[in-house]
Design a protein around this ligand. Structure first.
Ligand code: HEM
Length: 312
């Protein structure tokens, strides 16, 4: 048990969780980044609901959303950290894990501030359907991200999160990694979007994605992929301008990504001059740290995995 507020100790224990030789590409980093993003990406600026404050994914209403399938692995990997530092809220832990993972995988340092609280029941869990659907196009991306308060440049920078990790057929129905080294943060995603030829491919599940058919591929080589929403970044002229800039200038992308990721995990959070969160829930309930959950990645998303498998 660490001293309350010793975030450096938490950071160290998050780093210790990253290496996972038997999981995916050997790192929990990508799933931590996605966990942080999905915890925050429910924000709706108009109603001022959703966002990372609350950690609603602990409840079936949000954790069981098919859009969050697979994130139970990220949450379970962080349970030993919660056990060692029971004072930290899940909402702080998940967002911090995303920031730490980005940095540890070679990305920029993301400004992260503490003070989020955990919901005490599911009454304020945002409705499902607020996260983006990879099968759609540019209009959908704008609809989803403008709702959170982002502009076109920020949408493209954020989409650069797909330099990391992979799609899993039993989670989203899509399959494969975007880049050759999915545990190293870079601007490769933007370079590949522009430089490779992306062909549509319908998976046995009926889901459509884009793949690069490498003429030099050898037996067993994994095909790189893009989601329809990723391809929309090059077919939409306003998005494309930013893809070109980020493909050419890694430093610019790192700078913009760090800023926009920091903005993402602060959506819906109001702070006073000292940096303390002043949202009514946090003030009324104090800084509520929810009790620790189980260490294993179990729960509702399995149901969704079964549904996807049944469609195959
Ligand atoms: C632009 C709209 C977006 C769409 C439609 C989208 C969609 C998806 C989908 C379908 C997957 C595969 C999930 C799976 O099968 O495990 C995925 C994975 C991922 N996404 Fe996104 N995403 C979007 C934006 C973002 C943003 C803003 C970030 C972070 C800044 C991000 C980071 C990731 C990461 C790191 C993974 C890999 C997770 C893993 O390896 O387990 N995505 N995304």
């Amino acid at each position: 048990m660490s001293r309350t507020g010793d975030y450096d100790a938490v950071r160290r224990d998050i780093v210790a969780q990253l290496k996972k030789p038997d999981y995916d590409d050997g790192s929990a980093g990508p799933v931590f980044v996605r966990l942080a993003w999905h915890s925050a990406g429910t924000y709706d600026a108009e109603s001022d609901t959703g966002g990372s404050n609350g950690a609603g994914m602990r409840y079936e209403a949000e954790g069981g959303d098919p859009a969050n399938a697979g994130l139970q692995h990220g949450r379970a990997f962080l349970e030993p950290v919660k056990e060692k530092h029971p004072w930290i809220t899940y909402s702080d832990l998940w967002t911090l894990a995303g920031a730490v993972a980005i940095e540890e995988m070679g990305g920029p340092k993301v400004q992260w501030k503490p003070g989020r609280t955990d919901l005490v029941d599911d009454s304020k869990v945002p409705p499902r359907g607020r996260l983006p659907d990879g099968a759609q196009g540019a209009d959908h991306l704008r609809f989803i991200f403008y709702r959170m308060g982002f502009n076109d440049q920020e949408i493209v920078a954020l989409a650069g999160g797909h330099n990391l990790g992979r799609c899993h057929i039993d989670r989203s129905g899509f399959q494969g990694p975007w880049v050759n080294n999915p545990t190293r943060f870079s601007n490769q995603f933007f370079k590949l979007l522009l430089r490779l030829e992306w062909s549509p491919k319908t998976l046995p599940s009926g889901i459509k994605q884009f793949v690069y058919v490498d003429p030099d591929a050898e037996e067993g080589d994994e095909q790189l992929m893009m989601l329809p929403t990723d391809i929309a970044l090059v077919t939409d002229p306003k998005f494309r301008v930013w893809v070109e800039k980020y493909a050419e200038d890694k430093d610019l992308f790192f700078d913009h990504f760090a800023k926009v990721f920091a903005k993402l995990v602060e959506l819906g959070i109001r702070r006073n001059e000292q940096g303390a969160i002043v949202n009514t829930d946090n003030v009324k309930g104090g800084y509520v740290s929810a009790p620790k959950k189980s260490n294993t990645a179990t729960g509702p998303p399995k149901k969704q995995a079964a549904e996807v498998r049944a469609r195959l």
